[in-house]
Every structure is written in C-alpha cells, then in structure tokens.
Design a protein. Structure first.
Length: 152
C-alpha cells in the first residue's frame, strides 16, 4: 500500500512537470523586430505561429512614425478617410490588436499584443498624416507605409 502511494505521487509530479513545461512553451511570445522608415514597414519575418506576439518596433527613418496592427486580408480592404488615411474608427474593435503610438526618429517601442493572434492575415501600417509647411498633407498610409503579416 505504501509503495502504491509513492508511485502515485511520482506519477503526479511527472504530470505536473510536463504540464508546466508545455504551458511555458505555449506562452512564450513570438518576437518580431520591425523597422519603420519612409515609407515602409519591414518586419524581420513575414509570419509567426499563432499565439502571443511581441513587436519590437524601431523608427529608423527621418520622420515620426507609428505602427498599428489590425486583422485584415490586405491593406486595400481597410476603410479610408477622404485624405487617404485609414479610418480607424470604422474598424471593428475585434480586428484591432494594438498600436505603438507616435515614435520619434530613432526611438524604439516594444508593443506587446494583449490578445492572442489567431491564424490569418494582419496589416501593419502607419497612419500618420503630416501637415507640410506649404499646406499640403503627407499621408503615410497612402505613401505605401503598410505591410501584410501572416499568422499561421
Ligand atoms: Cu509613418
């Protein structure tokens, strides 16, 4: 009887250890480095496995930029404002995954996506609209500052 008890305890510890190591692997987020410049968004990998994702975003350009993450099949399907920037208010909350906010030249930000990213297509984009001294605007999204990102 005593022997049987200790066997059960050992088995229990074994299962516990297995569970801990499996869940640790599952919660370790995928890490993606992203460079922002005029006018492109360049991740160091085009896809990651589904789950937690962390974007390490750096502005290597000469102007302020940002990065917004939304679920979408392509940049072309995103709703636009008349000026050609993305109408973020028209994107369902469920499709929004986070954003860095404005990053000045040379600045970095670690964007931890709070929701798990499921398999599918996402668009990373900069939605800044600059007012130029001559009164015109420079719309970063319209200038091509977006890229498709895949979660498998
Ligand atoms: Cu930008």
């Amino acid at each position: 009887m005593k022997k049987a008890m200790s066997l059960i305890v050992v088995a229990g510890v074994g299962i516990g250890a297995l569970f801990v190591s499996t869940s640790a692997a599952a919660t370790k987020p995928a890490s993606v480095k992203v460079n922002l410049t005029e006018f492109s968004i360049v991740p160091d990998k085009a896809s990651v496995k589904a789950g937690r994702v962390v974007f390490r975003v750096k502005n290597i350009g000469v102007e302020t930029h940002e990065m917004v993450v939304v679920a979408a099949t392509s940049p072309e399907v995103l709703p636009l404002k008349p000026d050609g920037s993305v109408d973020e208010a028209a994107i369902p909350q469920a499709h929004k995954y986070g954003e860095t906010g404005e990053l000045k030249v040379g600045k970095s930000k670690t964007l931890v996506i709070k929701k798990k990213m499921g398999p599918g297509s996402y668009v990373l984009f900069c939605n800044l609209v600059e007012k130029m001294p001559n009164g015109t605007t420079m719309v970063h999204f319209k200038s091509g500052m977006h890229t498709l990102f895949t979660v498998t």
